[in-house]
Design a protein. Structure first.
Length: 291
């Protein structure tokens, strides 16, 4: 949504999934006799939630269940091949145990510390400062010359149906009946946009030239763009708040920790990055391994 994305500048929203109480831990599927429970979905959401921003909310549970099923299938295949008996497996388990503790801390002390009221306060503050943009619903007919545009204009002034004339004469075959729907400033070429916003509802333009040809424009409706509701932007604001909380918590933890970089090459690279002002990565929503 243009009016809000310009304000938040966020790449994607994240689904925050509450963890299931043990008594409600329903079985959702079985893989070779192994139960896949709601808690497995919740943990998967905690791990890979940031990757699901492009999915509709109603599709996320299906995707998460598929993720957990595939995880179980590959884990079982690894066990069959006795990969859990290799020399490196115990070290891998130790790493993931620490990661699980990190994730639990993140959920409790960072994500869990951000509530709806904090998000709503930001929403109300931003909404109070925003002025809704005007939208125009317009039709157009695109032809190759000014003379053709004037002929079209005369036909329309005599009462011919705009959609019918557009179907017959317009070079823009993507706009059915010449209908462009609603648009705000900045979405169309400037000469076209200036002409459309200057027209009254029901009024026809004189021929307008753009790089595509000559246009006759008719404005069907004008309105103020609808402001986003809190529910529309709640996840995006919460994501922003979680990132800010993560920054504060990690900065505090680093400040009170004794950190020694033993490898000289890595230490030099980290020092150089610090000199350039590059911050170390944050565990922002359980830092995505794809990054």
């Amino acid at each position: 949504m243009k009016i809000w994305s310009a304000l938040l500048l966020l790449a994607a929203s994240v689904s925050f999934v509450p963890f299931t109480a043990a008594a409600e831990d329903a079985v959702l599927a079985r893989v070779n006799g192994v139960d896949i429970k709601q808690s497995d979905i919740d943990f998967a959401a905690s791990e890979v939630g940031p990757r699901l921003g492009n999915y509709r909310p109603e599709d996320r549970k299906r995707v998460l269940l598929q993720f957990v099923i595939e995880n179980e299938l590959m884990a079982a295949a690894g066990e069959k091949e006795k990969l859990n008996e290799t020399d490196t497996f115990d070290a891998r388990v130790k790493y993931h145990a620490r990661r699980a503790l990190r994730d639990a801390f993140f959920d409790a002390s960072i994500t869990g510390a951000v509530d709806d009221q904090a998000a709503k306060t930001i929403y109300e503050d931003k909404i109070a400062k925003m002025n809704p943009e005007q939208e125009v619903h317009a039709r157009h007919i695109l032809v190759g010359s000014e003379a053709e545009a004037k002929q079209v204009q005369e036909r329309l002034k005599k009462g011919e149906d705009f959609a019918a004339v557009a179907k017959e004469t317009s070079k823009d075959k993507n706009a059915e009946g010449g209908d462009l729907g609603f648009f705000t400033r900045g979405q169309m070429l400037k000469p076209f946009e200036d002409a459309a916003f200057a027209l009254d509802v029901g009024e026809l333009s004189d021929p307008v030239q753009t790089q595509f040809g000559w246009h006759i424009i008719k404005v069907e409706e004008k309105r103020d763009q609808k402001m986003p509701s809190f529910d529309d932007v709640k996840e995006a604001i919460t994501t922003q708040l979680v990132a800010q909380k993560a920054q504060a918590v990690v900065t505090e933890l680093r400040g009170s920790a004794e950190i020694e970089i033993v490898d000289p090459e890595i230490k030099r690279a980290m020092d150089d990055a610090a000199m350039r002002g590059e911050a170390p990565p944050l565990p922002d929503e359980k830092f995505d391994e794809d990054h």
